[in-house]
Design a protein around this ligand. Structure first.
Ligand SMILES: [Zn+2]
Ligand SMILES: [Zn+2]
Length: 265
């Protein structure tokens, strides 16, 4: 089972030579093995996901801000009716998801109505999705602290577990932080929202993101094996990430890199 990060940027894609090392695409993560493919969030990085034929493709959204949805219509595989997509989110029910996708990807804001007979998609309430996935993987959800809400996920397959916690503001609501900590406790991989530094976050309270330094604290508290700091601020270039990587990240904590494959087993 592999985990691959296809997009690690927050807010907006960054096409610049200064971010070639860590990547400029917005959030998209893939977990796949021979029997299934699971994609969490469809930021612009989704464009580069290779959809595998003859195995089910599951898609979950943490929430529906642009940087987590904008890649959806730009992967040619979504127009191939031989591919079936099981789509869900713990944040909204089936009807709510259909409404928001329709609003995002139909005229006048998008040239096609992609939900109108163009995609072989199967939008499910989260409980139904969870039940449909159970033969392949176990997925649990917990709330995150973000404007409008966001759902975090814990995906487990054969004793390996990955916790995805974008977008989240750590330290604002204790109950929510406790739920996240419980989910991440001793897990294999945590994907952490480290959009800001500890100095930057002082003026960003209520914006729904955490800091790089809080990621380090969380890593020690959770005893996770590895923690990847993702959702990099658009203005954070490779040079700055390299310097911080050398100076403030302990062993086991990394800055997420686009196209990075992490072998789970
Ligand atoms: Zn985001
Ligand atoms: Zn967001």
């Amino acid at each position: 089972m592999d985990l691959k990060l296809h997009g690690v940027r927050g807010s907006i894609p960054v096409p610049s030579k200064d971010v070639l090392k860590y990547g400029g695409h917005t959030t998209c993560m893939e977990i796949s093995c021979e029997t299934f493919q699971l994609i969490i969030d469809l930021g612009s990085g989704f464009k580069n996901v290779k959809i595998k034929k003859n195995i089910p493709t599951f898609i979950v959204f943490s929430h529906f801000h642009h940087d987590h949805t904008q890649g959806f219509p730009f992967n040619p595989a979504v127009y191939d009716k031989d591919n079936q997509f099981h789509i869900s989110s713990a944040l909204l029910n089936r009807r709510g998801i259909l409404k928001v996708l329709k609003n995002c990807f139909s005229p006048p804001v998008f040239p096609l109505d992609i939900l109108d007979d163009n995609i072989n998609f199967n939008v499910l309430n989260f409980d139904t999705f969870k039940a449909a996935a159970i033969d392949f993987f176990k997925i649990e959800t917990f709330p995150l602290c973000h404007p409008g809400g966001a759902a975090g996920y814990k995906v487990s397959v054969c004793n390996k577990s990955v916790v995805y916690a974008l977008d989240h503001e750590f330290g604002l609501e204790k109950n929510i932080d406790d739920g996240l900590l419980q989910a991440a406790s001793n897990c294999d991989v945590v994907i952490w929202d480290g959009m800001y530094t500890k100095n930057e976050i002082k003026s960003k309270q209520g914006w729904g993101h955490s800091s790089i330094e809080q990621g380090v604290i969380f890593y020690h508290k959770s005893k996770a094996k590895k923690l990847f700091i993702s959702h990099h601020a658009p203005e954070r270039d490779d040079k700055e990430l390299d310097i911080m990587s050398d100076t403030i990240l302990p062993k086991g904590v990394f800055f997420a890199k686009e196209n990075k494959k992490i072998k789970l087993f």
